[in-house]
Ligand binder design. Structure first.
Ligand SMILES: Cc1cc2nc3c(=O)[nH]c(=O)nc-3n(C[C@H](O)[C@H](O)[C@H](O)COP(=O)(O)O)c2cc1C
Ligand code: SF4
Length: 658
């Protein structure tokens, strides 16, 4: 048997082989630190890849320690459930789940970053010139937003952590570690690399404090060592604590290899279970001469071999272990105890299977597109993935950025409750990532509406629990509402992407709400037509159609009894079919899914043609486009197709996708 496939141990934890899926931050979390389907699928695939350990990267221990708005968080108990969902898919697929905890320090997305010491002028100049290299590695068009981001970030680097900040952060590491274990983690890893807070304490470039927390190398090690001590007092003994170690900062006055090795020995003395080696930070790895060195396969082997000469705990290597042959060689030469795969596994999720059974590995090109997407706050995609997959992930990011998983359900009458009940039975999405808020408002005299609403909640919760496996929904009861539209707008500001109402022809405010809701909010209007699951999606085949179909799939997720029909009303059929084929591929729909292309009748406009189509097919639901920008101007001149349909088909259910 090849050495990589032999079982091994990290403290008390048995690993089925010596291949570790390294922490690679994806930005797939939903904006409110929840786990969506994309993230679940990613970690399921990593666990199925055959890696013995799957590391969930960069989980922030504090809100002001997130590297991105797409980070998972463990600063409060309410987040445990989210991390637990990922851990479950990892463990179900026979891999060990490791949670990497991080505080980003000065690189955090916050107005008040924590820094070991404020930046002085000399260091500021160096940092900005290093970041210039970093920015120059990005495509020209992307640099503008990034420049503004970097300028804003560095302007906040003025705040030296107080003694209280330091102890609060140490405690926060401990609290987060306890939560990770409650979520089911088999191992914990501390992120001591990439230039984040722990590195910032270790490096003389960024830590200019006096002792005890700054000064000579030994003093600068105090913060991470205290974090380890503290976590050890909080966790059961059987949970190994690993450390992501920056072996060399590759910067003047930065952490040197000899300093790092000395630090590694202290980590070993403290009982750290393994060291996962890396090199460089954002300020160094993008410098052209360094970037070039880091394209060499196995670029860390000399340094990890040196590290292994000084410690006895297992060392995980990273850095372009591009082939199984190289992995074997590293183990044979005792350059590392475990093989860490980051980008190679991103580029080819079947890397490990191919190492075992043979097959051509799709190699990582070292192009760093993945790195760049993360830095730009986008979701990770790899150049080696098919275009259709990359497009799907970009679309998912756009959908989730608009809080597509959060619905504000507005209910204002007994009739609303009954229609909503029917809709729940038919079409409320089955997935568990949804977060709804029920807003019950009394605009008139119906004194017993809130009583009926409470009964509805009891029913809905029971239904949700048995059929939808959802968490409790938030609910608000507001009496005597004078201006319902303003109230709904206020609630929408709590990051809702969808507002759901029930149609009522007598209600002016509901009509106004449909027209006034911001263009990026999906408006869902439930009607009473019985054919709810017969859905018509008129598409204009612009890139926007993707969002429309994404919203439709979201609304009817998991239901096999939905009949979708797609129609395109146009004068020219020229490129329609070609564009449609691309859309089908994008959503992995059955290749035979057809698009009906209709030329508007002689006297008819688009709205009337569609009205005819809805009536002919007796569709109960429609998913319509509702765009701002130019479309708004056009709407004023020609009238809006959506508005015409909404008016003419009161009993149908609609989703208006902006
Ligand atoms: C997109 C991307 C995200 C990363 N995120 C993390 C992270 O969250 N934590 C971490 O310790 N390392 C992170 N890394 C570094 C990798 O774990 C790894 O050390 C590095 O990519 C070199 O190894 P590789 O050649 O196998 O990818 C990231 C790397 C990439 C490319
Ligand atoms: S995007 Fe480029 S660097 Fe990143 S994993 Fe894919 S091929 Fe490798």
């Amino acid at each position: 048997m090849q050495d990589v496939f032999k079982p091994a141990r990290i403290q008390g934890v048995t690993l089925k082989n010596k291949i570790v899926a390294l922490p690679v931050f994806t930005g797939y979390a939903l904006p409110d630190a929840r786990v969506g389907p994309l993230m679940l699928e990613h970690y399921r695939n990593l666990a199925k890849s055959g890696a013995s350990v799957v590391t969930i990267p960069n989980v922030a221990i504090a809100e002001n320690g997130r590297t991105s708005e797409r980070c998972l968080l463990l600063d409060e108990d309410k987040h445990i459930q989210q991390v637990k969902r990922l851990i479950e898919v990892i463990r179900e697929n026979n891999a060990v789940a490791c949670v990497q905890l991080n505080h980003a320090g000065r690189y955090a997305v916050t107005n008040k970053p924590l820094l070991p010491s404020a930046l002085d002028v000399v260091e500021a100049t160096k940092s900005i010139s290093a970041l210039k290299n970093f920015m120059e590695s990005f495509p020209f068009v992307k640099r503008f937003g990034l420049t503004a981001h970097v300028a804003k970030m560095t302007a906040g680097w003025t705040n030296q952590m107080t003694e209280d900040d330091i102890y609060d952060t140490i405690n926060a590491f401990g609290d987060a570690a306890v939560r990770a274990v409650k979520a089911g983690a088999d191992m914990i890893e501390l992120h001591g690399a990439s230039g984040y807070l722990i590195t910032q304490f270790l490096s003389a470039r960024t830590n200019r404090r006096r002792p005890p927390w700054g000064g000579l190398a030994d003093d600068r090690m105090l913060f991470p060592l205290k974090v380890i001590d503290h976590i050890k007092t909080r966790l059961p003994e059987n949970i190994p604590i690993g450390f992501r170690l920056l072996l060399d900062e590759i910067a003047v006055n930065g952490i040197s290899t000899s300093e790092s090795i000395k630090f590694a020995q202290k980590l070993e003395q403290k009982g750290v279970a393994y060291l996962s080696a890396t090199i460089g930070t954002y300020q160094s790895i993008f410098k052209p001469e360094i970037a070039k060195q880091l394209t060499r396969p196995g670029y860390l082997t000399e340094l990890t071999k040196e590290l292994k000469r000084h410690v006895n705990i297992p060392v995980v290597i990273s850095g372009r272990v591009v082939s199984p042959k190289l992995a074997e060689k590293i183990l044979k030469n005792k350059e590392a105890d475990f093989i860490g795969l980051g980008r190679p596994l991103l580029a080819d999720i079947n890397w490990i299977k191919k190492a075992k059974d043979g097959g051509q590995i799709i190699g990582c090109k070292s192009c760093n597109t993945c790195f760049q997407s993360v830095v730009l706050g986008e979701s990770v995609v790899c150049e080696r993935w098919p275009e259709v997959l990359r497009d799907r992930i970009h679309l998912e990011t756009r959908f989730t950025s608009r809080h597509g998983y959060r619905t504000l359900v507005v209910l204002s009458s007994r009739a609303d409750l009954e229609v909503t009940r029917q809709h729940m039975l038919h079409r409320i999405p089955i997935h568990t990532d949804i977060q709804d808020r029920l807003l019950f408002i009394k605009t008139g005299e119906d004194k017993s509406f809130f009583e009926a609403a409470k009964k509805f909640i009891t029913w809905a919760e029971k239904y949700n629990k048995t059929h939808l496996r959802r968490d409790k929904t938030e609910r608000f009861f507001i009496d005597n509402v004078q201006n319902p539209v303003d109230l709904v707008m206020e609630h929408l500001e709590d990051n809702f992407g969808i507002v759901a109402i029930v149609h009522d022809e007598t209600s002016e405010w509901k009509k106004n709400l449909v027209l006034k809701a911001p263009p990026d909010i999906v408006v869902s209007r439930s009607g009473t037509h019985p054919n709810l699951n017969k859905v018509l999606i008129p598409c204009d085949l612009s890139p926007f159609t993707l969002m429309q179909i994404r919203a439709a799939l979201h609304a009817f997720h998991g239901r096999s009894d939905v009949d979708f029909s797609f129609v395109h009303v146009t004068d020219s059929t020229g490129t329609a079919i070609e564009r449609w084929q691309k859309i089908i591929k994008n959503f992995e729909m059955d290749p035979s899914t057809s698009l009906k292309v209709i030329k508007p009748g002689k006297e008819l406009n688009v709205a009337e043609t569609l009205l005819g189509e809805v009536r002919k097919g007796d569709y109960g639901s429609l998913i319509l486009g509702r765009r701002g920008g130019l479309a708004r101007v056009r709407r004023r001149i020609f009238g809006s197709v959506s508005e015409r349909l909404l008016d003419q088909l009161p009993e149908r259910s609609f989703a208006l996708v902006g």
